[in-house]
Write a protein that binds this ligand. Structure first.
Ligand code: C5P
Length: 253
């Protein structure tokens, strides 16, 4: 079956766009929330913003928008420590939280078993910025097949009860074919054809259209919106591309 037919029809194209709030502080983040609240579905809070602003950022998003929150701190520690961190995140009613699949099945299972239903646990398979050369440098097999590793980690995450995975748009179809279409796929490393990003560190990139056609449920976009002349217009353009991909998959992009 085509990937697009499997996606949850209750989610609108806007609901599927997650904007990465990669800002140095609360004030900049608040401004972006106000400017983009009607143009995206969720706001992603990552390391930089959380370290500088702390949980006040959740309040700022809730008070200034009706959007969901994706807490992307990519936890990786012993099972008990990650379990406690994820429970603390769930107390803020965040919709998604990330943990590294490389932390192992026991860690993932412990986290999922103790995570309140309000929050969904997503496993990060392999960072979309990782290249084979980089994997070799950190001691992985020189012949390592990144896709094989991604698939192995996705199957493990599913077996541990994770709601979904974070993966590249090029891998999503294979992941869903192997681990199940109900696994939520959140895809970063998204670059619209018209976007220019300075000093881009993403390597395994896809366009919004490719990601959706491959079966992504959500896409995460940061710099192509943040660095655009008109960020809300850039977000709308991406939502338009998501919509076209889902409604008319055979159309020319
Ligand atoms: O600016 P850009 O569109 O590259 O932002 C992508 C966002 O997604 C960043 O906040 C990055 O931390 C996050 N992310 C990623 N790759 C992953 C998981 C999260 O790029 N595997």
């Amino acid at each position: 079956m085509s990937a697009f037919l499997q996606q949850d029809p209750s989610l609108s194209p806007k609901d599927r766009l997650i904007f990465a709030l990669d800002y140095p502080g609360l004030e900049e983040a608040k401004k972006a929330v106000v400017a983009l609240k009607n143009h995206v579905g969720l706001f992603k809070v990552g390391l930089e913003l959380f370290v500088s602003a702390g949980p006040d950022v959740f309040k700022a998003i809730a008070e200034n928008s009706g959007c969901g929150i994706f807490l992307d701190l990519k936890f990786h520690d012993i099972p008990e420590t990650v379990r406690a961190a994820v429970r603390a995140a769930a107390a803020h009613r965040v919709q998604f939280v990330t943990v590294h699949a490389s932390g192992g099945k026991e860690m993932l299972r412990t986290v999922v078993d103790h995570c309140p239903k309000v929050t969904k646990v997503l496993a990060v398979t392999v960072l979309t910025s990782s290249s084979r050369e980089e994997m070799r440098e950190i001691g992985m097999d020189g012949n390592l097949d990144i896709l094989g590793l991604v698939l192995q980690r996705a199957r493990m995450a599913k077996a541990a009860g994770c709601a979904g995975v974070v993966c590249s748009g090029a891998e999503v179809r294979r992941i869903k074919e192997q681990a199940g279409w109900e696994l939520i796929a959140v895809v970063p490393g998204v670059r619209p054809e018209w976007a220019t990003v300075q000093n881009d560190d993403q390597t395994r990139v896809t366009t919004p259209r490719q990601a959706m056609l491959n079966g992504a449920d959500y896409i995460v976009v940061g710099r192509p919106i943040r660095e655009a002349k008109d960020p809300s217009q850039a977000a709308d353009r991406i939502v338009g591309e998501i919509k076209t991909a889902l409604q008319d998959p055979s159309a020319h992009p």
